[in-house]
Design a protein around this ligand. Structure first.
Ligand code: ADP
Length: 325
């Protein structure tokens, strides 16, 4: 649905060139919610703006529904863009227009007849739960309601793809949850494909099927949240489960973090370590989180005994991620 191949974006300034994207490739499958996370300056906005060509890539290919966006210009590009919805951190609503008029805007641009527009706007407002605010102005709405208007407007032209540019970053945690629930619902009900960028790991954890971590214009890891959370050394794992500080008193034995997902979380691995490998396990800390219905956890342990290497190998064979510190 969205295919990005070897994307490069340079911003040329008078005295220097900033490489914002340095060979990014990724595929967002139909019906998928794909998240790109990264710190400020990593290139996330540039990446998402290259998808609908608000930024023109320096080189590389961006295909949306099989159409190479980089080859399009003028009216053709405008038409292709109509099939790509976008929502923004600061909503970008027109303050002089009512909720209904904001949502109707893309339909006006596309030349929908008035009657048709009214019908479609009513449908969209019902979809985002704002039927009763059609005549309100943006200034009279809460942040969450404004983003609902943004979503309704983005979906007006029935796009196959929705781009979300930090859509919940300006919202409080509770409102964030309700907007994420709405996006998940639209994804499931309409089969909407969503590419979102965020610096918030919580957003990724909540709704993304797959995720890529962007660092200085490059993708450094990608996979499902569960895969990355149990991958030793993964940036996502250490952000979701910050490694606890030992406050200077390093315990005896080999220090390791064990990362487990799903069924591996339920297996009595510690008992096996003790019984089968005669390894002593000193549990230092641990936590388990429910991520999209799956248990993901990490346990920091100090191990001692003669057969630790064998035991670690066995753990890896059981599907646990093992980081030795
Ligand atoms: P993010 O969204 O992850 O914060 P951006 O895509 O905004 O990252 O920025 C990536 C890099 O490109 C940064 O170094 C930023 O300063 C630079 N950059 C972004 N937009 C421009 C621009 N219009 N002109 C010059 N440099 C830019």
């Amino acid at each position: 649905m969205i295919e990005i191949e070897n994307l490069r974006k340079e911003y040329r300034q008078r005295d220097r060139t900033v490489v914002a994207l340095d060979g990014v490739s990724l595929t967002v499958r139909p019906g998928e919610i794909f998240g790109v996370v990264g710190q400020s300056g990593a290139g996330k906005s540039t990446l998402i703006r290259c998808v609908n060509l608000l930024e023109r890539p320096t080189s590389g290919v961006v295909r949306v529904n099989g159409q190479d966006m980089t080859r399009l210009r003028g009216a053709e590009l405008r038409r292709a863009r109509q099939r790509i919805g976008m929502i923004f951190q600061h909503f970008n609503l027109l303050s002089s227009r009512t909720v209904a008029e904001n949502v109707a805007l893309p339909l006006e641009v596309m030349g929908y007849p008035r009657r048709e527009r009214q019908r479609r706007v009513a449908e969209l407002l019902a979809l985002v739960g704002l039927e009763d605010r059609a005549d309100a102005y943006p200034a009279q709405l809460s942040g969450g309601q404004k983003q609902r208007v943004g979503i309704a407007r983005a979906l007006a032209a029935e796009p196959a793809v929705l781009l979300s540019d930090e859509a919940t970053s300006a919202l409080d945690p509770e409102t964030t949850q309700s907007i994420l629930a709405l996006l998940r619902d639209l994804n499931q009900r309409l089969g909407l494909t969503i590419l979102l960028i965020t610096h918030e790991m919580g957003v990724v954890k909540e709704i993304c099927h797959r995720v890529a971590v962007l660092e200085a214009g490059r993708i450094v890891e990608s996979g499902t949240v569960a895969e990355l959370a149990s991958r030793p050394g993964s940036h996502l794992a250490t952000t979701l489960f910050p490694r606890p500080a030992l406050n200077g008193n390093r315990p005896d034995g080999l220090l390791a973090t064990l990362m487990f997902v799903g069924a591996a979380a339920d297996a009595p691995v510690m008992t096996t370590l003790v019984r089968q490998f005669s390894v002593d396990v000193n549990v230092l800390s641990g936590s388990i989180e429910l991520v999209q219905g799956e248990r993901i956890g990490q346990l920091q342990v100090a191990l001692s005994g003669d057969r630790i290497d064998e035991a670690l190998e066995w753990l890896r064979g059981q599907g646990l991620g093992v980081e030795v510190h």
